[in-house]
Design a protein around this ligand. Structure first.
Ligand code: ADP
Ligand code: SF4
Ligand code: MG
Length: 349
């Protein structure tokens, strides 16, 4: 498999008046050609800043440490001019709020053709033709008429489709979608996810889907990386994460997903407690304050990502950052993850 993006030990730090914020704390992963990778975690876990740093779009008080390579070329520290050639052309990003990605005072047609004229050197006429093709691809009705409209004249769902069409204009090799459906109502969410699943087969772009909702990645992603406190807690295929979760945090996320069989009056499980303070992260496991299975080792020693079991480990690997040996039947109970702690690695060793 050829990697489009290779991230190694990436860290993001923000300088603030009350101290440094450690938003991303050393993550490593590849995104391979044609692959769809889900990045999942609660709000504030560092998902967006991880990719903002890859794209060179951190706020002024932020800095990136480590490495992120696009097809072997280092992006961290790359001069803006060179980065601009890659951004939008080779790597495109779409955001939760379609209004941030669209210029309010420019007609849709102008916004779309401008990108092609600038990045691809196309003529206005060719650019317009391609813009129409893209609007049809993302199933925008009356595409011709939309080109003359302004963003505020369209519904949220329609704007999000236009954002996706714009992101795909230059045929990027990597599409980063940051909570692309979060701001939309449930029916429109399903339509956009359906569209993205189609695009996955039509375009050759690798996709990174960032979401706080595990359910979103189920139908779309090949592999999933669960993030907490700026670190990966667990990585694996969708099947591994959903059917054999190995980290108590993943198990908690799964247990808090609404299920179809759930009776209406039953309350959903929620992981107790709050995400960690990124200015004062614990020295060892970031999940220790909320974990039912916390023990001495979790407080003393940072758990690093390790292969889960050995037998059927995939090439990309089902890995977890947790000192427990295994979790069994983690989501069998309706509300709380019923996790049987086999033994602590240290004690079993
Ligand atoms: N410019 C900034 N200055 C200080 N902290 C920031 C800045 N931008 C983001 N953060 C913090 O970084 C952390 C991770 O944010 P983010 O990656 O946006 O989370 P999410 O997982 O919800 O996408 C959050 O605690 C956020 O408050
Ligand atoms: S290392 Fe300890 S505190 Fe952290 S998730 Fe595993 S059991 Fe829980
Ligand atoms: Mg975010």
């Amino acid at each position: 498999m050829t990697a489009v993006l290779e991230v190694r030990d990436l860290k993001v730090r923000f300088a603030t008046p009350d101290g440094e914020v450690s938003a991303v704390n050393g993550v490593s992963f590849d995104v391979n050609e044609g692959e769809c990778v889900g990045i999942v975690g609660e709000s504030g876990s560092g998902k967006s800043q991880l990719f903002m740093s890859v794209m060179g779009l951190l706020a002024k008080n932020g800095r990136t440490l480590g490495s992120a390579k696009y097809r072997g070329t280092e992006l961290v520290g790359m001069p803006v001019k060179a980065l601009n050639k890659i951004r939008g052309d080779k790597i495109a990003m779409i955001f939760q709020d379609s209004m941030t990605g669209l210029t309010p005072h420019l007609r849709i047609g102008k916004q779309m053709t401008e990108v092609l004229v600038q990045h691809k050197g196309m003529s206005e006429a060719d650019a317009r033709k391609r813009a129409l093709e893209m609007l049809n691809l993302v199933r925008i009705p009356e595409a011709g008429r939309r080109l003359a409209q302004y963003p505020h004249e369209l519904s949220g769902g329609m704007r999000q489709r236009i954002m996706i069409a714009m992101a795909l204009l230059c045929e990027p090799e990597l599409l980063i979608a940051d909570e692309p459906t979060t701001a939309l109502d449930v029916t429109v969410q399903a339509q956009i996810l359906d569209l993205m699943a189609d695009l996955k087969t039509v375009t050759k772009a690798a996709i990174v889907l960032i979401t706080h909702d595990l359910g979103t990645v189920a139908g779309l992603c090949d592999k999933v990386q669960v993030m907490y406190g700026g670190r990966f807690m667990e990585t694996g295929t969708v099947q591994e994460i959903f059917y054999k979760p190995a980290h108590p945090y993943t198990a908690g996320l799964l247990a808090s997903m609404p299920r179809l069989t759930e009776e209406r009056q039953e309350k959903l499980y929620a992981i107790p407690g709050q995400p960690p303070n990124l200015q004062r992260l614990p020295k060892a496991c970031p999940f220790q304050e909320r974990c039912t299975y916390v023990h001495d080792r979790c407080i003393d020693e940072l758990p690093v990502l390790r292969q889960v079991g050995d037998a059927n480990a995939t090439l990309t690997g089902h890995t977890k950052a947790c000192h427990l040996v295994s979790l069994q039947n983690p989501v069998s109970a309706p509300h709380a993850p019923s996790i049987n702690v086999a033994a602590d690695e240290a004690r079993s060793a």
